[in-house]
Design a protein around this ligand. Structure first.
Ligand code: XIL
Length: 376
């Protein structure tokens, strides 16, 4: 009985997938085809997509995108929840998916204060580990993970979110225990494990001038040590009124002037009200749900959808203008229902942050973005 149900479900899902396939081919083109020769166009994959259970989502991914990044499964708390015990099942599937579909495969992320397992920073008595021990744990984690996918994962977010909005160092355990050196060490270990892989520094709110300057200093210090760094990832978790395109452009140019590529790594655009002006992408932020913070629980008003479309177009116009500097633009998810912004920084809202709607249909913006590539 169970088998029959599963077969019926798969058949139903496959039929829908064909419909979705037809409808999501806009203007006889796709995002991947339209942006070819400009920059890679990517998306983040969740577990249902990696294991190909979300058939409709997979259809969009393989048709519209040519680059992928794992939304969660390669973070250290999932890869190494206990010291020395690695769980690679999902990460292996992710890489196999990318290879089967001929995609640019990025690894996200090796060193991050967030979504790291508790044990990483403490000893058996619960005290902070020594500097030497943390360096060794970092080395062992990076070496194990990067060498497993050597030659297959093309680029790594080596360090994520080490700089604060005012340009100062984030007081993470990595920083407090190791000091500034944790960054060059992480880049060195990653390079030793796969000399061919591209290596990136990735952060949010990079359009804030002070933060941008902090990151510029950080990249220079890596370069001055003769270490490999290929690109700065500008996460791109946008709000409707911040940052401005001009602010984003200023930072893009500042990073590019260092001789590295720029990537827009985690693009989404919330249409929901910010809690007391809160922006950024600090994953630990968590504000209480209030109905007034969730104004479009049934549907998005046409004028808001249009405003969002125009803002997406403005940003993609910028990316196209600088396509010689931008190597990849990656959306942080496929459809609106997949987006982390439904639950962050307020849990349980209904957001419309991405390019495909909850019915797996391309929003009109997809056609507009494709048209935009023809004008440049
Ligand atoms: C987010 C995921 O989308 C969520 O599913 C998870 O609960 C928290 O992390 N910056 C990053 C990403 O570098 O890894 C984060 O992803 C979003 C902010």
């Amino acid at each position: 009985m169970k088998v029959l149900q599963k077969t019926l479900l798969i058949t139903a899902v496959c039929c829908c997938a064909l419909t979705a396939c037809k409808k999501s081919t806009v203007e006889n083109s796709t995002l991947a085809k339209a942006f070819a020769g400009k920059f890679l166009i990517g998306t983040a994959l969740n577990s249902l997509q990696i294991f190909e259970l979300d058939t409709l989502g997979v259809q969009i991914i393989t048709e519209q995108f040519n680059a992928i990044v794992p939304e969660n499964c390669m973070k250290s708390m999932y890869l190494q929840p206990e010291e020395g015990k690695f769980f690679f099942d999902e990460a292996d599937e992710y890489v196999a998916f990318g290879e089967a579909n001929n995609m640019w495969i990025t690894g996200h992320c090796l060193v991050w204060h967030s979504q790291a397992p508790q044990w990483f920073f403490i000893d058996e008595n619960g005290n902070d580990v020594s500097r030497e021990m943390l360096i060794e744990r970092m080395r062992s984690h990076i070496t194990t993970v990067v060498s497993r996918y050597r030659g297959r994962i093309k680029g790594w977010d080596v360090v994520n979110e080490a700089i604060m909005d005012d340009g100062s160092w984030r007081q993470s355990k990595f920083y407090r225990i190791i000091g500034e050196d944790f960054i060059p060490l992480a880049f060195q270990f990653a390079h030793e494990a796969d000399p061919e892989a591209e290596l990136y520094y990735n952060d949010y709110s990079t359009a804030i001038e002070a933060k941008c300057q902090g990151i510029v200093g950080l990249v220079k210090s890596i370069q001055e040590k003769g270490l490999r760094i290929d690109a700065v990832g500008m996460q791109g978790h946008l709000n409707m009124d911040s940052p401005t395109v001009e602010e984003f452009e200023k930072s893009l140019l500042a990073f590019s002037s260092l001789g590295v590529k720029v990537m827009v790594t985690e693009l989404d655009l919330t249409v929901l009200p910010a809690f007391r002006g809160f922006t950024g992408a600090d994953v630990s932020a968590n504000f209480d749900f209030k109905a007034e913070l969730n104004p479009y629980s049934d549907s998005i008003p046409a004028e808001i959808a249009l405003q969002q479309q125009n803002r997406y177009i403005d940003f993609f116009r910028l990316f196209l203008k600088h396509h010689d500097k931008v190597s990849r633009v990656t959306l942080w998810g496929v459809t609106d229902k997949d987006s982390w912004r439904n639950d962050w920084p307020v849990h349980g809202r209904t957001d419309y942050a991405l390019l495909f709607d909850r019915e797996y249909q391309p929003k009109p913006v997809v056609g507009e973005l494709i048209k935009l590539t023809k004008q440049n």
